[in-house]
Design a protein around this ligand. Structure first.
Ligand SMILES: Nc1nc2c(ncn2[C@@H]2O[C@H](COP(=O)(O)OP(=O)(O)OP(=O)(O)O)[C@@H](O)[C@H]2O)c(=O)[nH]1
Length: 256
């Protein structure tokens, strides 16, 4: 699987050089090809086509993963979707790609359609088109890379410009498995920035899987609560939920 992905990225990378205008989706669930220029216009009809197969009780949400190149967006998605980790040669995503995953939240089937964007600057205009109908954005930085953290403010500026006002945003400091000598961004720095922008915050490792499922589950719960008439659900506090779940997993010796 990992080899396939690396090979796919290689192929895409070559395509980018020769065509520089192709966005690719080839994820084993739905294989299709979309040119960058018509991606925005076609995305809505494609989404409604995909949503069409759902029953009325299902909920579908569109999530977009953002952040500088190399922070681990693809790895985070693959860890969540397939429980695999891409180590070794790093091949940048070209354009945009997506995967679906259905999770069960208290008996409700929630379909997450997760878009993995290219972090490279040259694809920015393509990826902007996908912010607009996103329900939630996962914004990543790498705790071992200061500039990826410094650029978060610029990413938040872009989000403000292109996404819906009520989009759910989660800031994630990834690569927490790295040695403490490699870490340059402290947890408190991430927390402070998140507080300043009033967004949810977590630290993750796409390599070990720490907090990966929790990040997506917390987002799904937040989205469900936003769209619920149920008083209990709509009073859901995502940061409290994350704190409780994190404490549970660290306090319970049987949880590992
Ligand atoms: N140690 C460690 N390495 C990671 C982690 N997540 C990703 N990596 C590594 O970081 C590199 C980049 O990961 P990607 O997921 O491809 O990065 P990306 O953000 O998708 O990059 P673009 O596609 O260019 O936007 C790869 O070499 C991964 O193996 C992590 O949690 N821990």
């Amino acid at each position: 699987m990992a080899d396939n992905k690396i090979e796919r990225k290689r192929v895409l990378s070559r395509k980018a050089k020769s065509e520089d205008a192709k966005s690719i989706t080839e994820n084993g669930i739905s294989a299709r090809r979309t040119t960058i220029s018509n991606a925005s216009a076609s995305s809505k009809s494609q989404l409604s086509h995909m949503y069409g197969s759902l029953t009325e009780t299902d909920q579908t949400y569109k999530l977009v993963i953002l952040g500088d190149s190399g922070v681990g967006k693809t790895c985070l998605l693959l860890k969540f979707r397939d429980n695999t980790f891409l180590s070794g040669n790093f091949i940048s995503t070209v354009g945009i790609d997506y995967r679906n995953k259905v999770i069960d939240i208290d008996g409700t089937k929630v379909k997450l359609q997760i878009w993995d964007t290219a972090g490279q600057e040259r694809f920015r205009s393509v990826t902007h088109a996908y912010y607009r109908d996103a329900h939630a954005l996962l914004l990543l930085y790498d705790v071992t890379n200061k500039s990826s953290f410094d650029n978060i403010r610029a990413w938040l500026g872009e989000i403000k410009e292109y996404a819906q006002d009520d989009v759910v945003i989660m800031l994630l400091g990834n690569k927490t498995d790295c040695k403490s000598s490699e870490r340059v961004i402290r947890r408190e720095d991430g927390e402070r920035l998140a507080k300043e922008y009033k967004v949810t915050f977590m630290e993750t490792s796409a390599k070990t899987g720490v907090n990966v499922d929790l990040a997506f589950t917390a987002i799904a719960r937040e989205l469900l609560s936003k769209n619920s008439d149920d008083m209990n659900k709509s009073s859901f506090k995502v940061q409290d939920y994350i704190r409780e779940q994190t404490q549970k997993s660290t306090c319970n010796p049987c949880a590992t």
